[in-house]
Ligand binder design. Structure first.
Ligand SMILES: Cc1cc2nc3c(=O)[nH]c(=O)nc-3n(C[C@H](O)[C@H](O)[C@H](O)COP(=O)(O)O)c2cc1C
Length: 165
């Protein structure tokens, strides 16, 4: 077993090796400007009603916007959208939405195009959890394209392997 001299580092290593999908969470700020960030803490919560959750770092630049927002959209990336993943995770990228096509939905939420699926949500709960907030949403609209989803594993992203069993 690994010597637990630095539990936080070990925790990061463990969680970074836990494979997940990749989403980009989006909403509009108070000036109707789209904001978004790459997130892999997304999870399904409930079927009846349809509910999901995700976690945002209290230090994220968009944290205050998502705290104030009453809605958000979960854009589940397709396997070939690596550039979208890194653009929305980059601190230095100021104009993330100019890099790929997106539309404003009927619910007034930014939706990234060509994703695997999108879930538009009404925020129903916001839970203070350590250095993050857990945001819980009820799904108000959902859509799926004919694409395979992206996988994240050890700081790399890509498509589902062909020899999957
Ligand atoms: C694969 C991946 C998953 C991520 N998951 C999360 C997450 O669940 N929550 C979070 O707050 N940041 C997450 N991040 C980090 C944010 O995307 C990154 O800090 C982003 O620049 C924050 O943008 P902002 O400061 O403009 O809000 C993730 C990054 C990557 C590459």
């Amino acid at each position: 077993m690994t010597v637990k001299s630095d539990p936080q580092q070990l925790f990061k290593e463990i969680m970074g090796s836990y494979p997940t999908g990749v989403t980009v969470l989006t909403t509009l700020d108070e000036h109707n400007k789209p904001v978004g960030l790459t997130v892999n803490s997304f999870a399904s919560v409930s079927i009846d009603p349809l509910m999901v959750l995700w976690c945002i770092d209290k230090k994220a630049g968009s944290c205050e916007v998502f705290k104030k927002a009453d809605k958000f959209s979960v854009n589940i990336l397709a396997g070939n959208q690596q550039e979208v993943c890194w653009t929305f995770a980059s601190k230095s990228e100021q104009d993330r939405f100019s890099k790929q096509p997106w539309v404003l939905s009927e619910n007034n939420l930014p939706l990234i195009k060509d994703v695997f699926a999108s879930l538009e949500c009404r925020k129903v709960q916001q839970i203070d959890a350590g250095d993050h907030y857990i945001l819980v949403g009820e799904v108000i609209d959902l859509d799926k394209n004919d694409q395979e989803p992206m996988l994240y594993f050890r700081r790399k992203v890509g498509s589902v392997p062909q020899d999957w069993e």
